[in-house]
Design a protein around this ligand. Structure first.
Ligand SMILES: Cc1cc2nc3c(=O)[nH]c(=O)nc-3n(C[C@H](O)[C@H](O)[C@H](O)COP(=O)(O)O)c2cc1C
Length: 344
């Protein structure tokens, strides 16, 4: 096997041929972005996290988070919450949709409004509850969806308990574990501890997918070599750069890595906005105060920053990004930035 190969991954009944996952990122990884990443060679994607309480109380609105742009596969739905019964009921509803390939439990979100309710990273402080939620969710979707769980090393540097928490969820029937090698207290900053990811991998029987600190295609293969993980999940560095997934495939196939040329960047931005528009156009006027087009342009803003910040004319665009403009105007501005060429 070449240094740049990856083996297919079995998560319960689901086989993931190419175990390179796009990490769930609330506010970014909607169906528009996920579908573009899959087309560039990403091996599997996960929705932004969705509230189990919201799905049970205010389904129409909350379920928007789970919308797909196209027929994305393999696709996981990520659920958060800390009431086992509500989590199980929401999981049952998700499985009933018949469009998802796995169900992931969020046990790592460090945002105060989530963790302080005991959801997300809050579950790491209650290992028995984390295991019980996993057990009930697994039972609720048994025979329909494999259940995975995404977590971190611990609450803070003094309370690292990932060996305990992952043992609990493995025993409760989780089919795989996504492990972000940071503690909740640092959120997303600082190094990701690959040594601990390696230790968890050595200790668990179920597949472990490593996350955190991947910046380049080479890092994917380095993480596998150094930690022995069964797959890799990549977050922030893919924003504005879905071509990273192509780069990973190219390296594995022994092809020369290619930087996207300006035409490819333009085509990607146009497609991304098109898909964001498609998603918004499905919503009713009552739901979107600004209307579908302006809302889609707003959703595109943080992506545009990442697609274009390497271009000389980006500063000019950045000054106008707060303005509410229609798609044609926005794309006109994008073209003007692209025409200035890349920095350095
Ligand atoms: C803006 C943003 C939103 C995120 N939203 C989620 C989420 O909804 N669910 C989740 O499990 N993790 C979420 N994460 C964490 C990522 O999935 C990932 O674990 C983290 O960014 C570390 O990976 P990276 O170093 O490759 O970015 C989010 C991260 C960011 C930066």
């Amino acid at each position: 096997m070449s240094a740049f190969q990856l083996q297919p991954l079995q998560m319960g009944s689901l086989r993931v041929e190419w175990p390179v996952f796009l990490a769930p990122m609330a506010g970014y990884t909607d169906g528009a972005f996920r579908s573009l990443c899959l087309e560039q060679g990403c091996g599997a994607v996960v929705t932004e996290m969705v509230s189990s309480q919201g799905l049970m109380r205010n389904r129409t609105r909350t379920a928007r988070v789970l919308e797909r742009w196209g027929d994305e596969h393999p696709l996981g739905a990520q659920l958060y919450g800390s009431d086992a019964g509500v989590m199980a009921a929401a999981a049952d509803w998700i499985a009933g949709q018949g469009v998802f390939d796995f169900l992931d439990i969020n046990a790592g979100c460090p945002m105060p409004k989530i963790r302080n309710r005991g959801d997300g990273a809050g579950l790491m402080r209650q290992p028995a509850k984390m295991a019980e939620i996993t057990r009930q969710v697994v039972a609720a979707v048994a025979g329909r969806l494999p259940v995975t769980l995404k977590t971190r090393l611990g609450w803070n540097a003094d309370t690292i308990n990932v060996l305990e928490t992952t043992a609990g969820v493995e025993a409760a029937g989780a089919a795989a574990i996504f492990l972000h090698g940071r503690v909740a207290a640092v959120r997303h900053s600082g190094p990701s501890n690959w040594d601990l990811i390696a230790e968890v991998k050595r200790t668990r029987k179920v597949p472990v997918i490593g996350n955190g600190g991947v910046k380049t295609a080479a890092d994917v293969f380095r993480m596998v070599a150094e930690t022995g993980v069964d797959g890799v999940m990549i977050g922030r560095v893919t924003l504005g750069n879905p071509w990273l997934f192509r780069d990973i495939r190219d390296r594995a196939a022994g092809r020369e890595p290619r930087l996207p040329d300006v035409d490819e960047v333009r085509a990607m931005i146009h497609q991304h906005l098109r898909r964001a528009l498609d998603l918004m156009a499905r919503r009713g006027a009552k739901e979107l105060k600004l209307g579908a087009e302006l809302t889609a342009c707003l959703v595109m803003r943080p992506h545009l920053v990442r697609y274009l910040r390497g271009f000389k004319g980006f500063g000019e665009l950045a000054r106008t990004l707060e303005e509410r403009v229609d798609a044609a105007t926005l794309l006109g501005r994008v073209d003007a930035v692209l025409a200035t060429g890349r920095k350095g």
